[in-house]
Design a protein around this ligand. Structure first.
Ligand code: ADP
Length: 551
């Protein structure tokens, strides 16, 4: 802008200078021409008057002393006399404008500039009484000629004028632009510049406010978006059409902590399935995939977002489906196990019934066979009851909690198991102090029953089972310990799984369903209780349930 303003002012000064000089030149030129013409007219009239009285000799006499040129032209244009040239050698002058004009009107004049404009020649002609034309002409320096003869000075003056114009233009530019350069664009209304800028500054102020409010709104939305996406458990990644990562939320950065979450999609993860899914989405199609990382399973869902032209941006969701897949697998296993467990006693019942039906069994054995059928049916019933109980716990019981005193509850369990304990030659002990927890009585009783039942079933003859209740550091607990066969360390984490048995045949002999500890685990979760298992192979097992501290 500074350059432009400077050149405008400078150019204006130059043009003004050039126009002024031209007009002056023209005025000087016109003044000189006028003077010359007037002088010639006077002299011509004077010579004409003299020539008329003295004929040609008189004219020749005047011509010899006269400094300027005198020419006498005949009516047909033939030059009769010229005081500077040989008349006979001169061409016909009839076509000369001043001669033609004088022949026609009596008086004629003209003026011509030399080719270089340095000189001008003025002509004045009058028609004499005999019809001939007397012409006087004079050549003098023109104004342009005077100018060119003073050229060194002129050049100097022009250079000086240019310098003054340049300095003036520079100073004016500075004066003009200074207030504009000093404008505070952040606070446009606080400026005291030109009045003409006022509408512009008001407009700027309005725009500034608008931009500020839009920026604030944008920041607010960005913060809201960041906050929401940071709280998401699912990973969210946005890719540009070029495959660059535009955004990756906290969950993704946790999932890929060692990788950079900026740059191309490859920088995030090198998993083949991830690359396939993202590339497919970038090509305009949605895609699903499954990826395993650090022992966990992730479902990948990528969608394509149409961009400008043929390009496609992409959105990727990463969802941890480890538990979901595990639950699905357990459900499938459970269904298969349930079918198998139900089938086994039913097959036995069918077999015994068929033998009786075919009359193969002797009359005195029928009672024994009926007992076997009853035993298998009982096993079936226990199994079905356990399955129902487990599914109820799975769904979450809606029975309200009540205060339950654990010592009394364990006494009931001991009573129920006294017969079984005696049959296995096991001594049952109930120790500790009464303690009350908040819970669901039936479930709590079943949990203790299952633990004590196992403690008897997996014990050794003449062994003992101790049920203890009380508080440790204010934490209510119930502990069932036995002097039985124990559980190997490798099996300990698995015994709470559904239908998991360390020794299948032994478990079946004891009438176990493989669901007892699973019910304990679900019951504990329902009561927010913690299970601790300590077991030594061949020595015994101790399982403790710790309940939340009473309020
Ligand atoms: P089951 O009906 O077979 O007893 P559980 O779920 O109650 O099923 O127990 C799972 C398995 O854990 C049992 O089959 C048994 O192998 C083992 N187990 C449970 N309790 C004990 C214990 N007190 N001592 C040794 N092994 C046990």
């Amino acid at each position: 802008m500074r350059k432009r303003v400077f050149s405008s002012i400078f150019l204006t000064a130059l043009v003004t200078l050039a126009v002024t000089v031209s007009l002056l030149l023209m005025a000087v030129h016109s003044g000189l021409s006028q003077d010359l013409r007037e002088r010639l007219s006077e002299e011509c009239n004077y010579i004409a008057a003299a020539a008329v009285s003295g004929e040609q000799q008189e004219l020749q006499h005047i011509g010899s002393v006269y400094a300027d040129r005198i020419t006498l032209v005949d009516t047909d244009g033939t030059v009769l006399y010229d005081n500077k040239s040989d008349a006979a050698q001169m061409e016909n002058h009839a076509s000369r404008p001043e001669i033609a004009e004088a022949l026609e009107k009596g008086v004629g004049e003209s003026s011509r500039l030399s080719d270089t404009l340095a000189e001008q020649t003025a002509y004045y002609a009058i028609r004499l009484a005999d019809g001939t034309v007397l012409r006087v002409s004079s050549t003098a320096d023109s104004a342009f000629g005077a100018l060119s003869s003073a050229s060194p000075w002129i050049v100097l003056i022009v250079l000086l004028a240019l310098l003054v114009a340049a300095l003036l233009a520079s100073w004016l530019t500075h004066v003009f632009l200074e207030p504009i350069v000093a404008l505070d664009l952040h606070e446009p209304l606080k400026n005291d510049a030109y009045d003409e800028l006022s509408p512009l500054l008001h407009r700027m102020d309005k725009q500034n406010r608008k931009i500020e409010s839009q920026l604030g709104e944008l920041k607010r939305r960005q913060a809201e978006f960041d906050d929401i996406t940071a709280r998401m458990d699912e990973g969210l990644v946005l890719f540009s059409a070029a495959g660059d990562i535009l955004f990756a939320n906290r969950a993704v950065r946790v999932l890929f902590p060692n990788d950079s979450a900026a740059g191309g999609y490859m920088t995030l993860c090198r998993d083949a399935e991830y690359i396939r899914v993202v590339e497919r989405a970038l090509s305009g199609k949605s895609a699903h995939g499954r990826m395993e990382k650090d022992g966990r399973v992730y479902a990948l869902t990528a969608s394509s977002v149409a961009g400008a032209g043929q390009s496609h941006a992409a959105v990727l969701f990463v969802v941890d489906v480890t538990e979901r897949e595990q639950a699905e697998r357990q459900r499938q296993e459970f269904t298969a196990n349930v079918s198998h467990e139900l089938k086994t006693p039913l097959t036995s019942i069918m077999g015994f019934a068929e033998i009786i039906e075919n009359g193969i069994v002797r009359a005195e054995d029928i009672g024994r066979f009926a007992g076997k059928i009853r035993g298998e049916a009982l096993r079936l019933l226990t199994l079905i009851e356990d399955i129902i109980r487990l599914s109820q716990l799975d769904e979450g019981l809606s029975v309200p909690f009540e205060p339950v005193e654990l010592s009394a509850l364990c006494g009931t369990v001991c009573d129920r198991l006294a017969h079984k304990a005696a049959a296995h030659k096991i001594t049952l002990h109930l120790t500790g102090k009464p303690v009350t927890v908040s819970g669901e009585r039936r479930t709590l009783e079943q949990m203790v029953f299952n633990l004590a039942d196992n403690a008897i079933a997996y014990n050794k003859p003449h062994g003992t089972v101790t049920i203890q209740t009380g508080e440790e550091n204010g934490v209510p607990f119930v502990r069932v310990s036995d002097t039985g066969i124990g559980i190997a360390p490798a099996d300990q984490p698995r015994v709470f799984e559904r239908f998991y048995r360390v020794d299948k045949s032994h478990s079946k002999q004891t009438g176990g369903t493989g669901l007892g500890l699973s019910i304990v685990k679900h019951g504990a979760a329902l009561h927010h209780a913690q299970i601790d298992l300590h077991s030594t192979l061949g020595q015994g097992t101790e399982i403790t349930l710790r309940f939340p501290k009473a309020d």
